[in-house]
Ligand binder design. Structure first.
Ligand SMILES: Cc1ncc(COP(=O)(O)O)c(C=O)c1O
Length: 499
């Protein structure tokens, strides 16, 4: 019996399936693991870092090799037959991305970027921040979104964070609404905006992740419509969400969406997207131009005009040998079915949470302290926690990372580029953080040292399409045999490079 089990009801199913029934309904994934992801079992690797990168199937690599063997592809911005062949494939990939996300081509455009970070940067550097405008962020955000605040501040905009609440590490709806309403009465263009006269321009940008890359919390997509009602544009960071959930841009309409494709299907890396509403994209003002994004430029007059479509946001030569593989990756995932992947990951998340909670030292003290929700309600397959020693003290996460690697297990450790979640998980308040950073420029290791206990890094496990019950069991067995009733040996740990 799995306590945290919340079944996903399938169409036409009268009674909720048992854990086993639901897991067995995803058996096709095991067959694929045996044929298409053979490197996992051949190397006995327990891969639990899908939030870092997904895994490629052999079929995707074959498609890539066949394409390169079968044609001649040139620099896309140039004229000529080979360049046209590249452009055609990139345009097909754009159409495939739109279809995958249920986005209407008349409403949304696809800009290829190196990764989700590149997508966030495009928005940050070109958004119309200025005195009187705002950037609203949830405290739960990846640094690639947090970094937008530097552009906003430089332009004189107000930057506000909406806090994480303890225990489940969620953001309360009421806090979001309060933040969206703040300053609304004083806004002289309030009525113009309410009447939908967008010439008034939005009040600012609200940026949040559909799923936390630290706790796996899924934040409500309903916030998008609410933010629009209060005059905000929305940047939805879907990087941790789309690998195991369906995002339907026919239903929810964020202005900007950031995605990294290697997180969804492993290969290619170096390909991400900014999916943006045409209207919102048209309001961005690029701070520069480059080869690829410019139609014409004059040196003598200092004039330049950007291309008139999404390529105005694609600087230089795009990754034209890899971008077509995004089409292959999406086709692969679509053939498997996102519903199957979602069901499997939900099953395994419930199993993992249950097993972690049941781990104990001999005197019944818990071996694991979980950060974030304890059930699968409104959460994805990312689970962050710390190991506790027999005295209840946190075991240094670097040790867990090192021991896991020695046992052929891949996990992530640290704050996972999500400082707001790290601060909330370890109960660090502003005074303490301010005292630490007053010491001047310091390294990640010194920073955590100055913050002092309980500030440390977490261990993050993330599940994906090739995860199995056996992976979860092997990981939990590893934790039990390595840490139950034992004091850790911390000798030889390398300093943290980042937190
Ligand atoms: C939620 C989230 N946003 C953004 C990013 C940045 O992605 P990338 O490093 O591929 O640009 C990540 C990466 O882990 C992430 O998990």
């Amino acid at each position: 019996m799995i306590e945290t089990w919340r079944p996903v009801l399938l169409p036409g199913q009268a009674k909720p399936p048992s854990f086993r029934e639901q897991y067995d309904s995803t058996a096709a994934l095991d067959r694929l693991r045996a044929t298409e992801y053979t490197y996992l079992d051949r190397t006995q690797h327990v891969y639990l870092d899908y939030a870092g990168a997904g895994l490629p199937a052999m079929a995707q690599l074959r498609v890539h090799a066949d394409r390169l063997r079968g044609g001649c592809f040139g620099d896309p911005p140039a004229d000529g037959l080979a360049s046209q062949a590249s452009r055609d494939l990139i345009d097909r990939a754009r159409d495939t991305v739109l279809a995958f996300l249920g986005a209407d081509p008349d409403e949304y455009a696809v800009v290829f970027t190196p990764n989700a970070t590149g997508a966030c940067r495009l928005v940050g550097e070109a958004y119309a921040f200025g005195p009187g405008s705002r950037l609203l962020l949830t405290a739960d955000n990846h640094n690639s979104v947090n970094g937008i605040r530097e552009y906003a501040r430089r332009a004189g905009a107000r930057v506000r964070y909406i806090p994480l609440r303890p225990r489940e590490m969620r953001v309360h709806d009421a806090d979001v609404l309060r933040a969206l309403r703040r300053g609304e009465r004083a806004d002289p263009l309030r009525w113009v905006r309410a009447a939908g006269l967008m010439a008034a321009g939005p009040r600012g940008l609200f940026a949040y992740p559909a799923q936390s890359n630290f706790t796996g919390v899924q934040h409500p997509l309903e916030w998008i419509g609410q933010a629009h009602e209060h005059g905000y544009d929305v940047l939805l960071d879907a990087s941790a969400y789309v690998p195991t959930n369906t995002l339907d841009l026919g239903t929810v309409k964020p202005d900007f969406v950031a995605v990294s494709w290697h997180k969804v299907f492993g290969y290619p890396s170096g390909a991400g997207c900014l999916i943006a509403r045409h209207e919102a994209l048209g309001r961005l003002r690029r701070p520069w131009f480059a080869g690829g994004s410019v139609q014409a430029a004059s040196v003598r007059s200092g004039w330049a005009v950007l291309t008139g479509d999404e390529t105005a946001f694609e600087d230089g030569t795009p990754n034209f040998l890899a971008i077509p593989d995004v089409e292959a990756g999406i086709s692969w995932i679509s053939e498997i079915g996102m519903d199957v992947i979602h069901r499997r990951v939900t099953c395994l998340t419930a199993l993992l949470l249950d097993k972690l909670r049941s781990l104990r030292h001999a005197d019944d003290r818990p071996l694991v302290r979980l950060h974030g929700p304890l059930s699968t309600r409104m959460r994805g397959g990312i689970v962050a926690f710390n190991i506790l020693d027999p005295y209840g003290d946190v075991v240094d996460e670097r040790l867990v990372g090192r021991d896991a690697a020695a046992a052929a297990i891949s996990v992530r450790t640290g704050w996972c580029c999500n400082p707001g979640a790290g601060e909330a998980a370890f109960g660090l308040d502003r005074t303490r953080i301010a005292a630490a950073i007053r010491q001047g420029p310091i390294s990640a290791e010194e920073y955590l040292g100055l913050l002092g206990p309980p500030a440390t890094g977490a261990v993050r496990v993330s599940l994906g399409l090739m995860s199995t019950i056996r992976d979860v069991e092997r990981f939990v067995e590893f934790l039990d045999t390595t840490y139950a009733n034992r004091l850790p040996d911390l000798t030889g740990l390398e300093p943290r490079l980042r937190c």
